[in-house]
Structures are given as structure tokens and as C-alpha cells.
Design a protein around this ligand. Structure first.
Ligand code: NDP
Ligand code: OXD
Length: 312
């Protein structure tokens, strides 16, 4: 039996699709009449504290989110394998966001927008893409997809990950020892890291001060589409105001929804979106998790299992 426990999304819609895809395998939701001991899989997003109560026969936890930082902090998380969402459609959507914001900062959007408001004709030619370096933090599923889509646009690409990566056309850096070197050659910093104790607060004053200056008018830019916990928002406001950063695109925030009184709302070179960089699409999500359940019922191993000791 599959139990759905989803908050803030259309649980009924997901349940209907799962019932169709898995039939005759039983699919239930909270509030239905079922024996919790019969549940083998639970599909979760923002599970409540009692989500796992009575699930004595549970075999795996399926996460609607690609990021599992919040799930790993659940106070009653059972010691069962966690399968996270890995999906081409999700990667494509994230890369759409990344490419849009990288190209926007590369082409001096902040300056030209301000010029237009001021009715100012001021010819400034941005550097070629090949002279502009995009540094991607996190070279996993999403980071690699973003790099593959930025590459044909001609950007100079570099990446930073925990373990070394050899990817054609991407200069790789790994570990804390190579972090500063990575930053020193980066004009546009893209964050696609998971949120772990090691990566919390990584987008801070110290990091911004180490980015390359002199290539992009107004200063280097950051794009954070991973987690709000990665960024120190007070540092971002200050850096955007004092010119340490030329621009910031933020899809995620320390507190979501972003509070009404956050100073970020009023900073003109800050581009805010409400955690919409990439959504887990129902059709492809149901296809992915149904095939995982089907394979597992046939004795095949689970895929994309979270390593709890690493935190992602
Ligand atoms: P992956 O697990 O596939 O990749 C994570 C990458 O980060 C890996 O390259 C890993 O290194 C690297 N990494 C982890 N810890 C460190 C560290 N301490 N130092 C350096 N590098 C590190 O994750 P995904 O690409 O699938 O997703 C990334 C994040 O994107 C998710 O965790 C989630 O928070 C966020 N996300 C946001 C969405 C949105 O709508 N805003 C939507 C979906 C995801 P290594 O390769 O060596 O293991
Ligand atoms: C995710 C997200 O982690 O939507 O999938 O943030």
C-alpha cells in the first residue's frame, strides 16, 4: 500500500494519478480508512510530526522534493531508505531558471533597466559570453544539467563540488581547499547545492568578497535556486547596496514566504521569485515513483537513495 502525505500541494491530484498508474495496488491518503501497518511506501512533502505513526511495515520513504534537508530534520523520521525526486522535467525547469538569470546578469539587465527608467542612452557593451565565467556550486543532477545547457551559449564554466568531477568544458574544483580558487575566477555564481551543515550560510559576505571583479559592470552576480538556508540575507542586502555584488537572483529564502518587512523586497538589483525555479511535475513524478515502487515490489534495488550521513 502507498500512503500519500503531502502538504501545500494538490494531494488529491497526485493520489488520483498514482491510483491509475499503480492499479490494482492500493493508494491511500490521510483520513481514508486503512490499516497503517499495511503501508509499505509513504510519499511525502512537508510531512506533519505524526506522519509516520503506526507505519510498522514501511519499506521506503519517497520524497516529492529533490532536496531532503527539511525531511531529514523530521523529529520522527523512521530509519528507512529515502528515495528523492530525480527527473528530467525537473532538471529542465531548473535549468530554464538558471539560464534566464545568468543571461540576464551577463547582458547587464540591471543597468539597462535603470537607464530605461531614467530615459538615458548609454552604450555599454557587455563582455562576450566566452569572457564571462559562470561558477556552479553543486555539480549533481541539477548542476550538471545547468552546465550542459549553459555550455552551448558559450560561457566559460567552472564547478565546485564535494568530490572532484571531470566534465568536458567545465573547469572543476572540489572541497573547501579549492573553494577560494573557484570563486576567484567566477563572475556569476550559481548555487545548486543541497542544504547540509557544511553548506549552510555559504552565500555570505566572505564568499561575495572573493568573487572576480572587473568583468561584469556593477560587480559579480549570484543566483540562488537551492535553499534559503544557504544565504545570509543581511549580507546580501549589504553587498548589493555597497557594490560588492552587482545583482542577485533569489528563488529561495531563509523564511518562506519572504516576510513583508524583508529589506530584500526594496533592493532594486535583487530579483525575487517565490520558490518556483522548478516544480515537481505530477505526470513525470507519478511515472518516476510508480516505476520505483513497481521495481522494488519485483525485488529490484531502490535508486536515488539519500545518503543520510552526507545529508543529501
Ligand atoms: P545532488 O545531490 O544531485 O547534487 C548535489 C551536489 O552538491 C553534488 O555535486 C555534491 O557533490 C555537491 N555538494 C554537496 N555537499 C557539498 C559540499 N559540502 N561542498 C561542495 N559540494 C557539495 O542534488 P540536486 O542537483 O538534485 O539538487 C540540488 C538542490 O537543489 C536540492 O538539494 C534542493 O535543495 C535544490 N532544489 C531547489 C528547487 C527549487 O525549486 N528552488 C527544486 C529542486 C531542487 P558530490 O558530487 O561530490 O557529491
Ligand atoms: C525541491 C524543491 O527540493 O522544490 O524539489 O525545492
Amino acid at each position: 500500500m502507498l500512503l500519500l502525505h503531502l502538504s501545500d500541494v494538490d494531494e488529491a491530484g497526485w493520489a488520483k494519478r498514482f491510483s491509475e498508474a499503480l492499479a490494482p495496488y492500493p493508494v491511500v491518503r490521510r483520513g481514508d480508512d486503512f490499516d497503517p501497518a499495511e503501508v509499505r511506501y509513504i510519499f511525502v512533502w512537508k510531512p506533519k510530526p505524526d506522519a509516520f505513526e503506526g507505519l510498522t511495515g514501511l519499506e521506503a520513504i519517497l520524497s516529492l522534493g529533490a532536496g531532503v534537508d527539511a525531511l531529514l530534520k523530521h523529529p520522527n523520521l523512521p530509519e528507512r531508505p529515502i528515495v528523492r525526486f530525480v527527473d528530467e522535467d525537473l532538471s529542465q525547469r531548473m535549468s530554464d531558471y538558471v539560464v534566464a538569470h545568468v543571461t540576464m546578469h551577463h547582458r547587464g539587465y540591471t543597468k539597462f533597466r535603470a537607464d530605461q527608467h531614467a530615459r538615458r542612452w548609454d552604450q555599454y557593451y557587455p563582455p562576450a559570453a566566452s569572457e564571462t565565467s559562470v561558477g556552479i556550486m553543486g555539480m549533481g543532477v541539477l548542476g550538471q544539467d545547468a552546465a550542459a545547457r549553459l555550455k552551448p551559449l558559450g560561457f566559460a564554466l567552472r564547478s565546485w563540488s564535494r568530490t572532484p568531477k571531470i566534465i568536458e568544458g567545465v573547469e572543476g574544483f572540489a572541497g573547501t581547499e579549492q573553494f577560494d580558487e573557484f570563486l576567484a575566477g567566477t563572475d556569476i555564481l550559481v548555487n545548486l547545492l543541497p542544504l547540509t551543515p557544511e553548506t549552510t550560510g555559504i552565500l555570505n559576505t566572505d564568499t561575495f568578497g572573493k568573487l572576480r571583479r572587473g568583468k561584469l559592470l556593477g560587480g559579480p552576480a549570484i543566483v540562488n535556486a537551492a535553499r534559503g538556508g544557504h544565504q545570509r540575507e543581511a549580507d546580501i542586502v549589504k553587498a548589493l547596496q555597497d557594490g560588492t555584488l552587482g545583482a542577485a537572483s533569489l528563488d529561495v529564502f531563509e523564511v518562506e514566504p519572504l516576510p513583508q518587512d524583508s529589506p530584500l523586497w526594496d533592493v532594486p538589483n535583487c530579483y525575487i521569485t517565490p520558490h518556483v525555479a522548478a516544480i515537481s511535475n505530477e505526470a513525470s513524478g507519478v511515472r518516476y515513483f510508480s516505476s520505483i515502487i513497481g521495481d522494488h515490489r519485483e525485488g529490484k534495488p531502490l535508486i536515488n537513495v539519500v545518503d543520510r550521513s552526507r545529508g543529501y
